[in-house]
Design a protein around this ligand. Structure first.
Ligand code: SIN
Ligand code: CO
Length: 387
């Protein structure tokens, strides 16, 4: 397990002073850092159809972008090239461990782990990201510059799929060494060029915008045949201008829409389902012979460990009636008594069978747990060596 130290800050102080406010260089955030993956393994992942990858080259300031999967890596030359692989946590369990130290931020805000390998001079150029990111320096060294958000900075497309930003003033200008970490809030311009062959790990976050939220909410209403109440105006008065839509009518339409948005039960069910949806494919191993819930209950050994598969998104919400558990875009309503079990599934990436055994006495919870084990979203590992 990687142990994170944020300079001399507690996580509470970091959240108050830096999170979404200003970039921070965290020197030796991980001491004695050991890379969870080798460049060759990363290249192997970039050859897979299901895994999103890109190769960027910048020879003599000529920026080129290529999309994976790759059959060979002649473009990854000795200098000025970078290979980037998205959602490595979904496919590589040891790399997924790098996300764990950042789980002082809620699960639903965490997106994925992107890993890049760059040769000297290689990078993706100056750019802005819409989301927070922690960039961890693995093997090698990389020179990073980070600035504060500046609305006057112009963005331009270097290449169809490579959006960059014009030169900016840096408030961080450092060569990162293994275990150093950069925290970059949304909208802060940044650029990093390898000094030596370098691996970098980006823990990225999610922050949906209003249109994403509203269009997903509308899709949810259609799928679940909700939101059928119509506009009505039994109190309609004669007015002098029939061409006018008055403020009272507008208020009524807004109330009609707000009533639905303010229905907490519907809203929470939709939000959990939507936000727990992974953006990238997963590497789950469903059981060849699925358990019935009785058979699983008998099979479970208290000393075994239950492991959440890499990249699985699990969150819960509480309503006065029950607990809404959402895992990878599926939502389950469970009785309030299953809170301990639900917290193990969502707050922890692994736990022992003995910790969850009591919760499994609740049939509704046991059924959900059996489904999760059968589909490989969670899996059993002998002994409690992960604890
Ligand atoms: C990289 O690792 O090359 C890109 C990371 C980033 O700038 O977001
Ligand atoms: Co970036």
């Amino acid at each position: 397990m990687y142990q994170l130290t944020i300079n001399d800050l507690t996580t509470t102080q970091f959240l108050k002073q830096y999170w979404q406010k200003q970039p921070l260089l965290i020197k030796r955030g991980f001491t004695h850092f050991v890379d969870p993956i080798e460049p060759e393994e990363l290249a192997g992942l970039a050859m897979e159809e299901a895994i999103e990858s890109r190769l960027i080259t910048n020879h003599k300031n000529d920026w080129q972008a290529y999309h994976g999967p790759f059959e060979e890596f002649t473009l990854l030359t000795d200098t000025n090239s970078t290979l980037l692989v998205q959602a490595v946590d979904h496919w590589h369990p040891s790399s997924a461990m790098l996300i764990e130290p950042f789980r002082f931020i809620p699960n639903w805000r965490i997106d994925d782990l992107m890993v890049s390998y760059s040769t000297p001079g290689g990078g993706v150029g100056p750019h802005l990201d819409q989301y927070d990111v922690f960039i961890i320096q693995g093997q090698g060294k990389r020179h990073w510059r980070v600035g504060m958000p500046n609305p006057s900075l112009k963005q331009f497309a270097q290449n169809k799929s490579l959006l960059q930003v014009e030169q900016f003033d840096a408030i961080i200008d450092e060569v990162l060494e293994p275990g150093d970490i950069l925290y970059i809030p949304p909208g802060c311009p940044h650029e990093g060029y390898a000094v030596e062959n370098a691996l970098n790990y980006s823990v990225g976050f999610r922050a949906p915008d209003q249109k994403d939220l509203l269009s997903s909410f509308a899709d949810y209403l259609i799928d679940n045949e909700l939101g059928n109440k119509r506009y009505s105006d039994a109190d309609c008065d004669q007015i002098s201008s029939v061409g006018l839509i008055g403020d009272t009518e507008i208020d009524s339409v807004q109330t009609l829409m707000k009533d639905l948005l303010e229905n907490k039960e519907v809203f929470k069910h939709w939000f959990g389902t939507m936000i727990s949806q992974p953006k990238h494919d997963m590497d789950l191993a469903p059981l060849d012979e699925p358990f019935s819930h009785d058979a699983l209950f008998d099979y479970l050994d208290p000393a075994d460990t239950v492991v959440r598969a890499g990249g699985v998104r699990s969150v819960y919400q509480v309503t006065p009636e029950h607990i809404i558990l959402s895992i990878n875009g599926e939502t389950y309503c469970l009785p309030a008594t299953s809170l301990t079990g639900v917290k193990l599934l969502t707050d922890r990436s692994c736990f022992t069978v003995s910790q969850i055994k009591n919760a499994l006495n609740c049939m509704e919870f046991m059924k959900v747990f059996t489904k999760l084990i059968n589909e490989g979203t969670y899996y059993l590992q002998e002994g409690d060596e992960l604890e």
